[in-house]
Design a protein around this ligand. Sequence first.
Ligand code: C2E
Ligand code: MG
Ligand code: MG
Length: 745
Amino acid sequence: MPLLHDTPGLPPSVAASNTSLERALREQQTLLDCAGAGIVFIRQRLVVRANPRFAEIFGYPSHHSLSGQGSESLYPNHNAFRELGRAAYPVVSKGQTYRAEHLMRRSNGSLFWGRLTGTLINPQDPAEGSIWIVDDIDVQKKAETELDTALREKQLLFDSAMIGIVFVRERCLTRCNRHFEQMLGYEPGELVGSLSRRCYQSDAQWEAVGRDSRPVLAQGLTFEGEITLRKKDGTSVACEVRGKALDPERPDSGSIWVSLDITARLHAQAELVRVHEKLEQLVQDRTHQLRETVENLHREINDRRIDQERIYWLAHYDPLTGLPNRALLAERSQEAIALARRDQSPLVVIFLDLDHFKHINDSLGHRVGDALLVAIAQRLRAVVREKDTVSRLGGDEFILLLPGANAEGARRVADQWLEASCQPYQIEHHELTMASSMGIALYPEHGADFDSLNQAADVAMYRAKLSGRNTYCFFTPEMRAQSVRALQLENALRRALEREQFTLHYQPQVCIDSGQVIGVEALLRWQHPELGAISPAEFIPVAEDCGQILPIGEWVLRQALTQLQVWCAQGLIVGTMAVNLSAVQFRQTQLPELITRILEEVGVAPNSLELELTEGVAMDDPRTAIAMMDQLHALGIRLSMDDFGTGYSSLSQLKRFPIYKLKIDQSFVRDLEEDANDRAIVSAIIRMAQALGMQTVAEGVETAGQLAFLQQQGCNEVQGYYCGRPMPAAQLQEFLLKNLQKQGD
Ligand code: C2E
Ligand code: MG
Ligand code: MG
């Protein structure tokens, strides 16, 4: 303490005598000892006396120890000490009491807040010293500081919070932070004092919030809700609000409300809902698509299954007849053969080829041909057992597989089929008969597997064809070599024309009565470099089978007529040119046009051409055959019936043919001299021809005796080695000249 004075003392003698003074001193001492505040007497900047509380506050072991200590030591530092002096002196010097709070120092050096009250003992004489009362207010001071900090923090929070904070008392806004004002678009302080109604869009809404929140607040709980507040400009702002009573016991103490602008959140939520719905829609669309895809997939799988079944069917069945095809036949045969091997049971393979089926296609068209095949397939199925397989290999070839059947069974089936074949098929308005040739192979004798059995049956079928068709043959090992020959011929035939291996020989036809040559027959000759000379009797059926007969036949016609033209030009009288016409050629619908063209090309009159037909041409479809004959006849071409007597022509049929000449087959002529039967047949044929107004010519006349008989019977012409062999053109020329000379002689 800056103002220090000595305590007034009394001489001991005076004190002893003055008991009242003593009492006063004792009372003073007691006061000092018991005082709750620290008290100190300072004089000359030194502690004169201090009470126990003072020592306690400043942390001295006893108040005695303080006496004589410099008062500056009670302050944090020299400056603080001087500051105090400067502040207190003007006050105390006027006799007033100085009161202030100062930082002070304890004996251990720690600082604390003390409240000082100081006064001079004698304002007139500051040297007498001063008395100071010190209260330790350190704890209180610290609490105040903390409170202050807390309040400041709270204010800061209040001011800078990102939520609106409002104090409401009796529905009146008593305070609010800046954020709340900004949230509702108000200027600072503009809202304070207003009714909270100002922040709502309607009375109803305001009252509803009041009604709902009141009981919650009264219970001391937090009211929570989403409320639409009204901005100053009248627009709305969505808020999440929480309110709580400051003191639930006292509703009039008001409440505090915090509000958070959730517009963005609501937008976000709405956006989320929208996105969610969009997603949902997408998922629905996708599900729909997926369902469609799955359905399509199912459909596709189904289609594919149907396709596969169809593919299987196409791969295993003949589309036209619905019969198993070669592939399925091979499968079934292998199974049947395996079974036959295991059970040591027999098995039959029949190769069936329709006779002259091509004629049907050529003359009546493919539609009729197809319909006929379907009908034949049905009839074939009917003659075999359920367990037998009838398959079509394409074209007019069928294979029958008869598991468990032996030679006898095969014969039975073949006979049945021959019989069934006599019945005509009614296809559209055509009545068609279709014979077939069959080859039969037996397991195990003729082959141990499908291929060899098939081949054997094929070879046997070929033999059946050669033996006149409309029959069947069982396979024999010798047949193999022959069928190899047929194949060889077929291959060689394909190139024979272009390699100019064909020539024509001409055989004279002589009038019996005059001995004059009245015509020649063109006979085809084939000279192959390796195979040698091949007889037309052998290669013509092969050429018919493989279709080569058409170009070959055309070549023969053109060649023979050209030769005739050459002879005529040379002045040679040859008569008619007879050309053999295959049944296959005959069934070509364009045949009349072809012949007309060649005749015109070559410059030969139609009546110089004679076409030799065989009876077979009329066998399958007599009506069409007759129509063709009529057409040819109408062109002025002569028609003759070759090999007459070997075929199936009935007299009634023959009547309807526009035939000019019958050629008596050489098989009847050969044994005329020895065989009475042949003589009877030949004379019957001649008489029949005469009755029908037809000419007769006997083929294969080799002897004078034959000639004599024929002449006697009234036959018109002869053809045979006796009169002249078939010969090349140049040779025939000489023959004709010699013959002319002979006639002349
Ligand atoms: P074809 O039409 O009946 O011809 C008569 C056959 O008898 C000829 O045989 C001929 O050489 C033969 N021949 C003639 N006189 C006698 C004889 O006195 N004694 C004997 N033993 N035979 C005699 P070729 O030339 O071998 O012809 C055989 C068959 O081939 C012909 O029989 C005919 O059906 C056919 N052919 C020949 N050339 C052609 C042709 O250009 N086209 C067609 N489609 N078939 C033809
Ligand atoms: Mg002939
Ligand atoms: Mg003949």
